[in-house]
Design a protein around this ligand. Sequence first.
Ligand SMILES: *[C@@H]1O[C@H](CO)[C@@H](O)[C@H](O)[C@H]1NC(C)=O
Length: 246
Amino acid sequence: MYLTLSYQSVLTILLTCHYLTVKGENSCAARKQWLQSTAISQQIKNKGFHREVETTVEVQPGASREVRVLLLHTWPSGVYVDPYQLAFLSDAVDWQILVDSAIDLEMPAHKASGFVTYVYPAFSEQNPGMLKVRIPIHVRYHQPSFGGETFQSIAIEPPKLLLRTEECSQLDYSEPHTVTEAPCNADNTSMCLWIQVQHKQRPSDETLRLPVGDGSLVAPVCAATLAVTMICCLVLSKYMWKHRIV
Ligand SMILES: *[C@@H]1O[C@H](CO)[C@@H](O)[C@H](O)[C@H]1NC(C)=O
């Protein structure tokens, strides 16, 4: 009796273990497909010095319940994000952002340096297969050009797409995907391993074109401004003298 019972319980335990392992492996294998089926695209909206960078990520709708997504943007020195604006936005949008360095809003492009942002979007109930993130960016003041160019181009790289799951830490990834360490969430309290998805066709950079001042005009513009100011002063003084205003 005693023997039978223990035999049964050992069998139960073994079976449960086996079942759990098989189940784990199966769902991890399923997740491997997610990597193949993700897609990312980037578009820049608006005109002028204040733009919005819209990133769209598509995943299998089934994946959205378990997968965490991180969009890693590397920004050039010609643009900045406004931390105050982002903090203000944070109540209205379903993504969180972490910026890797302090942002000086006034710094001109030639003195500023590039920076990195980590964006953590959340899937919505209505559209579980798709994420859309729109980050407002601003163009920095650019030095006037002395080479005769009237436009300056700033290339905006599409973000890197990183994925992880809580349940399947041994996510079976294969080439060309790589594993990298990044903050688990926007609080940056812990680091996690993420799979960086490499797409065969990486979306190309988007280019912002903006007008810049013509450096060769600096001297004539200054001289003309000074002359106009002096003439106005003289005319005004003469008028006041004539009418005995002082
Ligand atoms: C996250 O925190 C670590 C340790 O405090 C820090 O070294 C790192 O720069 C932070 N990362 C970002 C993106 O803020």
